[in-house]
Design a protein around this ligand. Structure first.
Ligand code: DHK
Length: 186
């Protein structure tokens, strides 16, 4: 029952894979909740700006696979490995920082393609360092074959590993690497 005089927030409970953690979504905010059941490791897969355009965006650089297709491959491989993948994308730096901060206590590792923020964001690197979770940095394109400004990453210094240039396969390889890094639960 909502408290009289207070409007109940429109909320929904979502689980990403039915194991471990889910989220109550209220308005634009997500609140992590533990759902009980078996404690599979949870890997947050974060995607930065313009990655929602994959498939139509510079296909000679980024390939023709859409982000939804990459997500499906990541979730399928994670399922095979007994890991829960929580896959998200935002064009806003603040969302990525919030999600990294929330991961402390709700996720076990992070796969991060911060896209252009990779080259500019000290704030995202600080958030990664603050939460202390293992992070695998992924880039679809081989950034070292591209413009000079893409050669520097603020994130590589705080990442456990970096995968570049393998398109969507890089995400799947990152899930496999994360599954072997994380201690088995249960
Ligand atoms: C994606 C982007 O959007 C670029 O800004 C980065 C990265 C490279 C990628 O290859 O996934 O420079």
């Amino acid at each position: 029952m909502p408290t009289p005089g207070r409007r109940a927030l429109p909320g929904s409970l979502r689980s990403s894979g039915g194991l471990g953690y889910g989220h109550i979504i209220a308005g634009k905010r997500r609140f992590p909740v533990h759902l009980g059941g078996s404690m599979a490791s949870t890997v947050l897969v974060l995607n930065g700006p313009n990655l929602n355009l994959l498939g139509m965006r510079e296909p000679d650089v980024y390939g023709t696979e859409t982000l939804d297709e990459i997500q499906a491959r990541v979730e399928a491989r994670a399922g095979e490995l007994g890991v829960t993948a929580d896959f998200r994308q935002s064009n806003a730096e603040g969302d990525l920082i919030e999600w990294i901060q929330e991961a402390q206590g709700t996720a076990d590792g992070i796969i991060l393609n911060a896209a252009a923020f990779t080259h500019s964001s000290v704030a995202i690197a600080d958030a990664v360092e603050a939460v202390g979770l293992p992070v695998i940095e992924v880039h679809l394109s081989n950034v070292f074959r591209r413009e000079r400004f893409r050669h520097h990453s603020h994130l590589s210094r705080v990442a456990r590993g970096v995968i570049v240039g393998l398109g969507g396969d890089g995400y799947v390889l990152a899930v496999e690497a994360m599954a072997s890094i994380l201690p088995r639960k249960g």
